[in-house]
Design a protein around this ligand. Structure first.
Ligand code: NDP
Length: 483
């Protein structure tokens, strides 16, 4: 005996034959009235949603976040009101430049996005495995990404475009140094750190605001892949990182990260020697030491890749009361661009999809729109103010006001900015072996690039650290005097 279910159409009507198309005679032609054939072909044609322009290739898993350190004096977020609090999470890792079918083990930053389903709504920390980024002004984002994607004429990725853009954008140097370091290709998604990268804020019930930087430190230890090993894996198994994460969780080897935060009192931002809202800079730990916050553990695989990982929608603007944004220009642009991308990619009602849906009740006045599948609010009142007990705003959740001043202008973000100091610090903290890898990786990547661009870029390396510049120049056979 079998209790196999009867196959149906999408409307639930039983299917009598899923092997043979309805035809006029055994040799055809097909009859238009074969509704089932039409339905199956039409649905198949629409199986893909547009892939993300960046961060297309990803892997994801559910997990648990547990608070282990008390930061309640900085934030009123209920998640942090006592040590021991827990919430469910969903994490999506990704490469940046490659398409949905690209190889995992390429040199690229990795997206590291965490959705915390808190009792006061979702908190999305949408970060990377690097503490900084290639730019500090969001107007440059699409230019930067174009330079890293495919050449419009050849349809190939193009080192000339990449190094041309970088060499003309010195603010990228810190991140370029990170990217070409040993950490530029993580061994697995479990063996890399995550960073919120931007400066965010925390605010407490007393109306005090603090600027913060989030860090997620791998408890598996940092492990990386050298170029040759990464290339071999990419050829043999382009889904290597996806497979590793899935299998580790399936066998109960749950990856974990220590969540830590650096905290700066609001007024320090006015006098701190480093521009605190510059996405190309870190805050040295001796200035703002790491504070323990919690542990993130991934312990449950998704059941359906498309439904959960592909439809996962993270947005930096998802912040429960007590957590806030900052004047970081790139963060501000992302507050708009992420939900905008989701509306385009998976539709206006993306927040109601199971992977994105908050675990707490949601009371909005949103109605209708494509693919409304959650009851649409039923007969509840759909405007506000109203006399019928509809949800109401609550001033108790008001964020403290932020003092802002200045002249509205297109201020030159490159003027007077030190693009070299922290890139040099990174070079100097590397071991001899790491420096040799960095230089080797850069020299290999820059070989196909015209001499003029090589010389310009070597000038940047040399400004970060004379030794850094000298070794890249030597590797490319260029006298340092020319750079
Ligand atoms: P610190 O010595 O206080 O911190 C150095 C940080 O660098 C540690 O967080 C360490 O974290 C990380 N690190 C160590 N080796 C490497 C490596 N080979 N590649 C990348 N990161 C590494 O010094 P500072 O805070 O003054 O930072 C010095 C430089 O370190 C910065 O310019 C920046 O490039 C880099 N860095 C700084 C971070 C920060 O938040 N201050 C964060 C990450 C990097 P771990 O080994 O545990 O990952």
């Amino acid at each position: 005996m079998t209790n196999r279910k009867t196959m149906t159409t999408a409307a639930g009507t039983p299917v009598a034959d899923n092997q043979n198309t309805l035809t006029a005679g055994p040799r055809g032609p097909v009859l238009m009235q074969d509704y089932q054939l039409m339905e199956r072909m039409a649905h198949f044609n629409r199986e893909r949603v547009p892939e993300r322009v960046v961060h297309a290739k990803g892997a994801g898993a559910y997990g648990t976040f547990t608070v282990t350190g008390d930061i309640s004096k900085y934030t009123r977020a209920k998640l942090f009101d006592k040590v021991g609090n827990r919430c469910e999470t969903f994490v999506r890792f990704s490469t940046v430049a490659g398409e949905l079918g690209s190889a995992d083990t390429v040199r690229d930053p990795r997206g590291f996005s965490v959705k915390f389903y808190t009792e006061e709504g979702n908190w999305d920390l949408v970060g990377n495995n690097t503490p900084v980024f290639f730019l500090r002004d969001p107007l440059k984002f699409s230019d930067f990404i174009h330079s890293q994607k495919r050449n419009p004429a050849t349809g190939r990725r193009d080192p000339v475009m990449q190094w041309d853009y970088w060499s003309l954008s010195p603010e990228s140097l810190h991140q370029v140094t990170t990217l070409f370091s040993d950490r530029g290709i993580p061994a697995t998604l479990r063996h890399m750190n995550g960073y919120g990268s931007h400066t965010f804020s925390l605010w407490n019930a007393g109306g005090e605001r603090y600027w913060v930087k989030w860090h997620l430190k791998t408890m598996q230890g940092i492990q990386c892949l050298p170029n040759e090993e990464a290339a071999r894996i990419a050829a043999e198994n382009p889904d290597f990182h996806r497979q590793d994460l899935y299998e580790a969780i399936a066998r109960g080897d749950y990856p974990r990260w220590k969540v830590q935060v650096q905290v700066m009192p609001e007024r320090d931002a006015e006098t701190y020697r480093i521009h605190p809202f510059d996405l190309t800079k870190v805050w040295p730990h001796k200035d703002y030491p790491m504070i323990e916050v919690g542990v993130l553990e991934l312990n449950r695989n998704p059941e359906d890749y498309f439904a959960e990982v592909e439809q996962a929608a993270f947005e930096p603007g998802n912040m429960p009361p007590g957590i806030g944004a900052s004047p970081d220009k790139v963060l501000q642009a992302r507050l708009l661009s992420y939900p905008d991308a989701h509306r385009y990619r998976i539709g206006i009602n993306y927040a109601a999809l199971p992977v994105n849906k908050p675990r707490c009740p949601v009371h909005t006045y949103h109605r209708d729109g494509h693919m409304r599948f959650d009851g649409n609010g039923g007969g509840a009142v759909n405007y506000q103010p109203n006399s019928f007990g509809g949800p109401a705003d609550d001033a108790g959740y008001r964020e403290p006001p932020l003092r802002i001043s200045g002249e509205a202008d297109r201020h030159d973000h490159r003027a007077g900015n030190d693009d070299y100091g922290q890139a040099g610090d990174l070079f100097r903290l590397m071991s001899e072996e790491q420096q040799a890898q960095l230089v080797g990786n850069i020299v290999g990547a820059m070989r196909p690039v015209p001499r003029e661009i090589q010389v310009r870029q070597i000038g940047h390396f040399a400004k970060a650290d004379a030794e850094y510049g000298r070794r890249v120049a030597e590797g490319l056979g260029i006298p340092l005097s020319r750079a």
